[in-house]
Structure formats: C-alpha cells, structure tokens
Design a protein around this ligand. Structure first.
Ligand code: ACM
Length: 548
C-alpha cells in the first residue's frame, strides 16, 4: 500500500482492515465516469477473473464493491480514494481525476493486477483500508515518442499509452516526421508516405559507427490508425500532440516532393529518405509553395487531432529545431525572399516561417508549440515553447509571457545512457541515472511565482536513433519514466532533499508491476545479456551535464 508510484499528496492508513473483492463485488460508475468504469472493469476482469458486475446505485456496492463518481471540492484531475467498511469509493473532480484514482486502485491490488489474465483463480484480492487524497503538481506530464527515426507500429503506440496512463502521464508528444521518415498518411500528398515512410538501410549506432542495418525500415500510420490512437489516448485521459517538424528535419518530405527543398542550391531530386543521424542541411525552401503545401498537411492534421474539451488538445507542434541556415544563405531565392520581407538575417527568416504557422493555427482556434529555437529572431505571439537545450529557453519564454514545457536534454532525454558502465548498450550523452531523473526539477529557482506559473509542466523525450525496436525503447525509457512520473505528478521537496531511498523501496513493488505489464526495463544491476549491444559505437559524453 505504501508502494505507490507516483506518490500521492496524502495517504492515511485506515483501521487495518481491507475490502475484499470477490465474485459478488460490484462496480458502480456514475454517468460522467462510465468510461473509467469500463476501463477499470476491463483491466480488473482480465487480471482477476472476477466479473465485477455493474451496480445501478452506489449503495449496491455494499461493503465489497467499487464506486466511481464525480465528487465535490476537487480539481478536474484530483481524486479522493477511500477504502473502508463501505467498500472502495473513488471520487474525482472530473472523469480524469477518477481515472487517475482508478490507476491508484489497480496499484493497491498488487503487481498481478497488471496482468492480462489471472494466474491463480483462488487468490485473494483485497484493497487495504486507506484514505488517499491526490492530484498532480503539473498539468502537462508528457512523453515524447520519436516514431520517425525508428517506426513504432500502432500496437506499440497503444501499449505506450497504457504505460503512460499507469504512470499518470497525460500528454503524448508524437514526433511524426523527420529526415529519416514521414509517419502519418496525408491523403492529398500520397508520396509523403509512399516514398517518405521508408528507407533502404539504416545506420546502426551513432553516426560515426561503421555499421549499417542493410534492410528496409519503415512504416506509417493510416488516418484511421491515427484516429484510433487519438481515441484510445482520450479514453485514458491522454492528449496526443502531433509534431510536424519544419523547416528543418524535413529530408523525408523533400525526398517525396523535391520542390519543397532549396532547388537552386542542390539537386533535391537526388535526395532519398535519410539513412543516418545528425543535423541535416537539407531544409525546406521558404517559398509560397512550401507554405501552401504544409497548410495542406496541417489541414488534415487538424482534422485528425481535433481540439476538444481536453486542455492541451488545441496544440500542434511544428518543430522549429536544428534548422541549419547554410542553404538559405546560398539560395538566391531565399535571399530574395528575405529582402522582399525586409528580414535582417536567416534567423529572422526562420522566425517568419514559424510565425506564419502560428498565425495560421491561431486563426483556426489552435495553438503552436515549438522547440526553443523558435525564440531566435522573435517568438511568435501565442506560441508555447518546449525548452530542450537546457532551461534557458524556457526561462526566456516564461519571462516573455509564453507557456513552457520543460524538457532539458541534460536532464530528461531518455536516449542518454543510464549508467557509466561498459555494458550500457550504444551509450549516448550524459550519464542520467534513475536517481538523476528523480532529482530533476522542472521549475528553475530564478523564476518568480508569476513566471513559474507559465511552466505548464514537463516532458521526457525518447529519441530513437539507437533504439531499433520496442525492447530498446523499453530499456531506455524504464525504469526512468517511473522517476519522471513522480517528478511530474507528485509535489516533491527540493531536488536535493528528495527521498530517493524511499522511491527505491517503492520501486521494488513497481518492478513487479513493470514485469506484469511486460516492460523490458533496465534492471538495477545493469543490462541483461540480450539488452547489450557489444561493439556498436555510441557517443558517451563524460562528466556531469551542465545545468543549462
Ligand atoms: C531536439 O532534440 N532536437 C528537439
């Protein structure tokens, strides 16, 4: 019972008794929480084999059942879970709060409650008497999945949505396009996926590695797949924020439609989907044709990712990171465009490009979010910033009155290695251990309370250059995502006073949950033999990461 992750705001032990769930136990959900009731009944039926028949009234849950309802005095994501002689009652300020409470309830039943079928039909299922009051510290608790560098099939994405929900994370930042692949069907531009969704071979390891995986790699989500992913996420109170990266990270799009590139600088018809890693010089041309093309893409994206009641559903991420300006410097057309627009330099040209889409999205009732490079050359009005190159971009944006998601690469890039040992597979970047992630503080101390209120929350980013399949993604993401979830959800004390020993103690139970969920995490003592990649070159960076 005291092994919950993320740790709630308050936990008060009850009388020492417990609510036993049996074949007679019923589940009641009020009208507003029917979806949560459906989810909870489904997962608990699978794990326990108990029918958990529907109760028409809360009173029918009668001492050994579960009640779900909207309760008074709670914020939309807050919940109160009371297990006592009357049964288990989960009340939330909104259905989302009840859903997070239902996740806590599953944890209270023990690791086997995370399985898909009962392993022992005779086992006792019981919820200890307890009162839990809980709610999140941050509204944006995100995970970025890079499905562009290595494609994750739809089933894998749905699985990650379940894993996010189990950790009370509520935003999937879906990195759908990059130099190495275009992963979303756009009906009016079929070549984006026809050509842009696959490559004939792939660099194996860091870009300096001599190794290649000499087989085709690719895949994309059809529009129906995307609708399914968005709906599945919504059932779990998760918002999917799509990322369509412009004007850099666009070689797959240019390979499909060569006129999108700087055709007066290079022969863009000779480009293919990129098969290696790094920052790519082949960026979009700042032409009207490019703007119209991406407006067409975004029209379909807006349709697939509707803005609804969920707080962050209006956001569309347009990337904006790592756009080398060399081709624009050499392009007579780009230079003419700058002159015509009265722009001083190529940074301003990038700002103009991003601000075009900011206005375009705003006019459609949506909001732009981009990487912190969008601050260069002037931040578009209304835009929010994903602060990745450290805290500085987020600080500047918050001070200028913009919303911020803190995801500094030095702290929460989960592609970075989690140990300094020689067995770490394809080691990239700084050593960021489970404890390092646990001590990450999303709000920098120099922000005033008013500026700090601009920090919507935080996000862990999973870039997949060296994660060729789901098992590699699991290895890099877990167990660190559990520590990150506690940072994002729980109101922890200052980063140095955080009780990592208590977190580690609770992790013992949590590894059992991850095992039951089939997560190929990094064991505390290091990688299993098949999790290692001997001889595959990484790029470890020595020493502690700079704070900013
Ligand atoms: C990024 O890591 N280039 C956002």
């Amino acid at each position: 019972m005291t092994e919950l992750i993320p740790w709630p705001r308050s936990v008060a032990a009850g009388s020492g008794g417990e609510v036993r769930l049996t074949a007679h136990s019923r589940l009641y959900a009020d009208t507003a929480t029917e979806g949560v009731g459906h989810w909870l009944r489904t997962v608990l039926r699978q794990a326990t084999g108990l029918p958990l028949r529907e109760a028409r009234e809360l009173d029918d849950t009668d001492g050994d059942g579960i009640g779900l309802q909207i309760g008074p005095g709670l914020g939309p994501e807050e919940y109160r879970l009371v297990s006592d002689g009357d049964g288990v009652l989960v009340q939330g300020g909104g259905a989302a709060g009840v859903f997070w409470g239902a996740q806590t309830l599953r944890q209270l039943l023990g690791p086997d409650a995370c399985r898909r079928a009962p392993i022992d039909r005779d086992r006792r299922w019981a919820v200890p008497h307890v009162t839990i009051e809980d709610g999140p510290r941050f509204r944006w608790r995100g995970l970025l999945l890079d499905v562009a560098r290595h494609f994750m099939p739809k089933e894998g994405v749905l699985r990650y949505l379940d894993l996010m929900a189990a950790h009370k994370l509520n935003v999937l930042h879906f990195h759908l396009t990059d130099d190495q692949g275009w992963r979303i069907e756009i009906r009016r531009y079929p070549r984006l996926t026809g050509i842009g969704s696959w490559r004939s071979r792939t660099k194996f390891g860091h870009r300096a590695s001599p190794l290649w995986d000499e087989k085709p790699h690719g895949g994309f989500y059809t529009q129906d797949d995307i609708r399914e992913i968005v709906a599945y996420a919504a059932e779990r109170h998760i918002t999917v924020v799509p990322e369509i990266d412009v004007p850099g990270h666009s070689q797959a799009a240019i390979a499909a439609y060569p006129e999108l590139g700087n055709t007066d600088v290079i022969d863009t018809t000779a480009l293919s989907v990129w098969d290696t890693w790094g920052i790519n010089p082949n960026v979009l041309a700042p032409t009207d044709n490019t703007l119209r093309f991406y407006e067409g893409v975004l029209e379909e994206v807006l349709d697939l990712f509707p803005a609804d009641a969920a707080e962050f559903s209006a956001f569309v991420h347009v990337g904006g990171d790592e756009c080398p300006k060399d081709q624009w410097r050499r392009s007579p057309a780009a230079q003419a465009r700058m002159k015509e627009l009265g722009l001083a330099d190529e940074d301003e040209l990038q700002a103009w490009f991003v601000s075009h889409f900011d206005k375009w999205l705003t006019a459609r009732g949506r909001r732009l979010v981009g990487w912190d490079e969008i601050l260069q050359g002037g931040l578009a009005e209304g835009a929010a910033v994903s602060s990745w190159r450290g805290y500085a971009g987020g600080i500047a944006a918050a001070r200028a009155g913009h919303d911020v998601v803190m995801c500094p690469e030095q702290q929460v890039y989960l592609d970075h290695r989690q140990d300094g040992g020689p067995d770490e597979p394809v080691p990239i970047g700084y050593v960021r251990t489970l404890e390092d992630v646990y001590r990450f503080e999303p709000v920098p101390p120099e922000l005033t309370p008013r500026e700090a209120a601009r920090v919507l929350g935080t996000q862990a980013n999973v870039w997949t250059e060296v994660m060729e399949d789901q098992a590699r993604v699991d290895y890099q993401t877990f167990p660190r995502l559990a520590a990150f979830a506690e940072v994002a959800w729980s109101a922890l004390p200052g980063s140095s006073e955080r009780d990592f020993a208590d977190f580690e103690r609770r992790m013992e139970a949590h590894y059992g949950r991850l095992d039951a969920l089939g997560v190929a995490y990094r064991p505390p003592r290091g990688p299993r033999p098949w999790q290692q990649r001997p001889g595959v070159l990484g790029r470890p960076v020595d020493g502690p990461p700079p704070r900013r």
